[in-house]
Write a protein that binds this ligand. Structure first.
Ligand code: C2E
Ligand code: MG
Ligand code: MG
Ligand code: MG
Length: 274
């Protein structure tokens, strides 16, 4: 009896696993077609200088929506795109689209684009970035590339070489989700980032966890002494904003100051704010 129940359980698990593999495969097929089907779009979340409440730019965030699936979260499809190599094509589309849309914004507003660590495995990355800028007519100084510590873990030397080329062209480079990965401090020493994005997990616990406040203060001070700007991500409340301002953080990005907006809504915000 016990034996057959065990077998039944095993069968149940393999069926569930098969189903999961099938679903993943179906998602991958849809993802491969998504750009051609014009199912991808970008939304733009405003970034403000805290002092003077001045709009300085937007972070582009990719959105995928299909008639059958509705909207699929980037937390779901970005990892799949990375595992399947689709990220190269998707990443290029994001770069080209963000540069083109930002070229219509007034100077000196910047657009931040997220780069996946996987994109640094392609030797074509730098030329893809150059191509996106030149076909959009966007000056390099108005593009900001966000990378996570994950990009620097493998092939550190090769990635640093690419980052130095990128930086030499006048493009800005930010370190995203700072404080969540490994060896954060050694990366700050190895590469002159323009901006440190303090991860939203520290902001979320700012009022309830004294350590978070200490971390925000320390990162801000570190940034200042290394000549790097600091921006807090995921600021949702007035009291969080007050705390990061008190701790010396220069910029803010979060639901409090602005949700991600469709391109036309971003342009509308620009016209009321500049
Ligand atoms: P990220 O680059 O750290 O982006 C910030 C995420 O936090 C975004 O989620 C944004 O909508 C969300 N967010 C902003 N303010 C708040 C807030 O006040 N509260 C809360 N709870 N959340 C806030 P989203 O758009 O779902 O993107 C998730 C992640 O997916 C991004 O994290 C980034 O790692 C990745 N991603 C998004 N677009 C792209 C892309 O074009 N390329 C690549 N490679 N990754 C992307
Ligand atoms: Mg980002
Ligand atoms: Mg982030
Ligand atoms: Mg993140």
């Amino acid at each position: 009896k016990a034996k057959s129940a065990g077998r039944g359980t095993f069968r149940f698990f393999t069926d569930a696993m098969d189903r999961e593999i099938q679903e993943r495969r179906a998602l991958e097929i849809d993802l491969r077609r998504a750009i051609i089907m014009q199912e991808m779009s970008l939304v733009y979340q405003p970034q403000f200088e805290i002092d003077g409440n001045k709009l300085v730019g937007f972070e582009s965030l990719v959105r995928w929506s299909t008639p059958e699936r509705g909207s699929v979260s980037p937390a779901q499809f970005i990892p799949l795109a990375e595992e399947t190599g689709i990220i190269d094509q998707l990443g290029e589309w994001v770069l080209r689209t963000a540069c083109k849309e930002a070229a219509g914004w007034p100077e000196p507003l910047t657009v931040s684009v997220n780069l996946s660590p996987v994109q640094f495995k392609s030797p074509k990355l730098v030329s893809i970035i150059v191509g996106a800028l030149s076909s959009a007519g966007l000056p390099p100084s108005r593009l900001d590339l966000e990378i996570t510590e994950g990009a620097l873990i493998e092939n550190t030397e090769a990635v640093l070489l690419m980052l130095n080329q990128i930086k030499a062209m006048g493009i800005k480079v930010s370190i995203d989700d700072f404080g969540t990965g490994y060896s954060s401090l050694s990366y700050l020493q190895k590469f002159p980032f323009d901006k440190i994005k303090i991860d939203q997990s520290f902001i979320r616990s700012l009022e309830t966890n004294a350590d978070s406040a200490a971390i925000v203060r320390a990162v801000t001070a570190l940034g200042k002494s290394l000549g790097m700007m600091t921006i807090a991500e995921g600021v949702e409340t007035e009291s969080q904003l007050e705390l990061i301002a008190r701790d010396g953080c220069a910029q803010v990005q979060g639901y409090l100051t602005g949700r991600p907006l469709a391109a036309d809504a971003a342009s509308e915000l620009i016209s009321t704010r500049t």
